[in-house]
Design a protein around this ligand. Structure first.
Ligand code: CUA
Length: 337
């Protein structure tokens, strides 16, 4: 009987610990901000566990010593009273020192976090929408300002300043492997500095309940060496690729004459909507609908045909298309690398 119980417990522990690693874990830091926070988490948890243990021992000890009862419980023992008073005062002093110590630790951690991006070259503006992320790369030259969605490329090994805000409700930007979470507040800008030590893909998730599709509001941070990042940025700044097949041309024609253009932008075409994700290079992204689906021809078609079935409540409406029209639009979007 015991063995299966132990085996089940062991398996559960291993599975739980497995959750501590990977591309979305505050306990598996991949940058200085996350490392600072991970250190704080472990220190606070360790110290609090130790204090809990001491309190439990202090509670249990008198029970264990009950056998040594005095003959007359009403007789005062000045020595014992003195020891009790001393224990209480010691505990009080220790509590004060620990509280002040922890406060100082979090104060200095905050200072470290704030210093990470003080000389950041790259500023990215992330705006929360129900339920996707608008991502804008700032630049002194207006022609080099890039707007994209849901996936954030950054150069690895460099601090990046992220300015967050929202257009509708409060969202929260959280990429646990790289930094702490920060709220996106309508009409207000917050600043989050982060850095990825090494190239990699890190997953982020909206961390503030923001409506029906809060759970399907994720993002990917893709950290790349500087030359790769620069090449990506230059690629993304180009206008959309022209359709290369008859089917894709028909798709472009359909896209530009349907309601799609009211919400979406495709650089270099008349589609100039800004209330939904920019599609100029949609096929270069790894996911669709803010991480809801992986990017593929089938998922593109599924998303356009039935957005409300895939992400109920999303602002993407159903556009009336027959099978051929749907295929043509997908062929066009698939070419927008
Ligand atoms: Cu946006 Cu939760």
């Amino acid at each position: 009987m015991r063995r299966p119980v132990f085996a089940a417990f062991g398996t559960a522990c291993v599975l739980l610990l497995q959750g501590c690693a990977g591309w979305q874990s505050a306990l598996d830091p991949k940058g200085p901000a996350a490392s600072e926070l991970a250190w704080l988490i472990w220190f606070f948890t360790g110290l609090c566990a130790l204090i809990w243990l001491l309190v439990m021992i202090a509670l249990a000890a008198p029970l264990a010593m009950r056998s040594r009862t005095r003959s007359d419980p009403l007789v005062l023992d000045p020595g014992a009273e003195h020891r009790k008073a001393r224990a209480v005062w010691t505990a009080l002093a220790a509590t004060t020192v620990i509280l002040i110590g922890l406060t100082l630790l979090s104060f200095f951690a905050n200072r470290t976090l704030a210093a990470i991006g003080s000389d950041a070259e790259l500023t990215i503006r992330v705006t929360g929408h129900q339920w996707w992320w608008e991502v804008r790369y700032e630049d002194a030259q207006p022609s080099r300002i890039l707007t994209t969605a849901n996936e954030i490329h950054i150069p690895s090994g460099e601090p990046v300043r992220i300015i967050v805000t929202s257009t509708d409700v409060i969202h929260s930007f959280w990429v646990p492997s790289l930094a702490g979470k920060l709220d996106l507040i309508p009409g207000h800008e917050n600043v989050l500095d982060l850095m990825a030590d090494k190239p990699g893909v890190y997953r982020g998730q909206c961390a503030e309940f923001c409506g029906q599709q809060h759970a399907n509001m994720s993002t990917l941070i893709i950290a790349e060496p500087r030359p790769v990042f620069d090449a990506w940025l230059n690629d993304q700044l180009r206008s959309a690729a022209a359709p290369i097949s008859a089917e894709a041309s028909a798709g472009a024609e359909l896209f530009l004459n349907r309601a799609c253009v009211m919400c979406h932008k495709i650089g270099g075409t008349v589609a100039g909507g800004t209330v939904a994700p920019d599609l100029t290079h949609i096929a270069s992204r790894q996911t669709l609908a803010a991480g809801t689906l992986t990017m593929s021809r089938g998922n593109l078609a599924a998303w356009i045909a039935d957005p409300q079935g895939i992400k109920p409540g999303a602002h993407m409406p159903v556009v009336d298309l027959n099978g051929d029209e749907l295929n043509a639009i997908v062929a066009y979007l698939e070419g927008l690398k």
